[in-house]
Design a protein around this ligand. Structure first.
Ligand code: SAM
Length: 339
């Protein structure tokens, strides 16, 4: 049958299949196939996919032979009212599935775990995601189904990152942002990845091999150790210097560089002011914050005023990365320091 299709580069096939599954965008009743070096995925009606994932077209698909469920909710023999409260989407980190549930479904959480374990191809462990907490933004997770440790290897942007979903922050929803920031790094730029976690920004930048040097700083020893492990597996690993240190200890004696990335959205502008002096003339700071939607239009002027003590800065854009709550977004604030 003819259906909407997404055609993606074979090298990104596994990563994007997982993204499609976790967004509920993949038709699992039809067979994926290969066409001239690209994988062809059948899309669910109305599914939106970012334009940089590949080409969207129409293709003829065969039904999948196994004919399994097309949605994990079909595996739960629950009254429709209760099913309606189940989330459509969930996160996949390596072979671990993380799901958030509304309070009214807590009592049935283990059934949800078993359903997800059966539904997601290659899943080993399913956890209930109770959110991140504390300075190190560690995630509280409860095992719902499956077995083994919370450590895994996660594929994104043609990299395989060592991750511990419980002991160090990592979000599979930022892959495009990591790639975007890496693509903006110019030849010879020196880079700081501040609050680097397990290092997705630093690694993606290093993989592109344009940066002259990359220093990645985080105060969580587990995160830094995971980054070291990933770096040891890549020939470009030597371009990154991991440092287990707080920003407050690192910033005062660090020389200014051309690119600074700071991903500590809860602290947002407060930490941006602390690190602005680390941006050399002609350089750029990209930092993240959680911003109320009605504050976005005026944010550039607020940021420029706040950073004025550190020098003249120009806000290039305040860009939405993804929605955060009904009234707020995670935004990237891109700030240039003119020559
Ligand atoms: C939201 S996570 C971002 C991780 C990573 N950049 C990413 O995109 O996946 C924030 C990180 O900042 C670290 N952190 C928090 N406060 C810090 C500080 N004062 N100095 C250094 N690192 C800090 C935490 O340990 C955590 O790994």
């Amino acid at each position: 049958m003819k259906e909407r299709a997404l055609l993606v580069d074979l090298r990104r096939g596994e990563e994007l299949r997982r993204e499609l599954v976790s967004r509920g965008a993949l038709r699992t009743d039809l067979a994926i196939f290969e066409e001239q070096g690209r994988l062809v995925f059948p899309l669910r009606a109305g599914a939106e996919v970012p334009s940089d994932w590949g080409e969207v077209g129409v293709r003829e698909f065969d039904p999948r032979e196994a004919g399994g469920p097309t949605d994990f909710r079909q595996l739960l023999d629950w009254p429709e009212g209760q099913k309606a409260a189940l989330p459509r989407s969930f996160d996949i980190v390596g072979d671990i599935v993380l799901v958030r549930l509304p309070a009214e479904l807590e009592a049935r959480r283990f059934e949800v775990g078993e359903a997800l374990l059966r539904f997601v191809p290659g899943a080993r462990l399913v956890g209930l995601d109770r959110g991140v907490h504390g300075t190190e933004r560690r995630r509280s997770v409860e095992r719902l189904a499956g077995q083994g440790p919370w450590t895994t290897r996660h594929r994104e942007n043609q990299l395989e990152l060592d991750v511990d979903v419980e002991q160090a922050y990592f979000s599979p929803r930022l892959a495009r942002e990591h790639a975007r920031v890496a693509s903006e790094v110019r030849a010879g730029d020196r880079v700081y990845d501040l609050c680097c976690g397990v290092g997705p920004f630093a690694l993606t930048i290093a993989r592109e091999q344009r940066a002259a040097s990359i220093v990645a700083v985080d105060l969580n020893p587990v995160a830094v150790e995971l980054l070291r492990r990933t770096l040891a597996r890549y020939p470009f690993g030597g371009r990154v210097t991991p440092r287990e240190q707080s920003l407050e200890a690192f910033a005062p004696s660090a020389p200014a560089v051309e690119r600074v990335v700071l991903n500590l959205p809860r602290e947002g502008i407060k930490y941006a002011a602390l690190v602005a002096t680390l941006v050399a003339p002609g350089g750029r700071l990209t930092y993240y914050e959680i911003l109320r939607r009605d504050e976005r239009a005026g944010r550039g002027a607020v940021v420029e005023r706040t950073l004025a003590d550190a020098g003249r800065f120009v806000v290039e854009e305040v860009r939405v990365v993804h929605p955060y709550s009904p009234a707020s977004d995670l935004v990237a604030v891109v700030v240039d320091r003119p020559e």
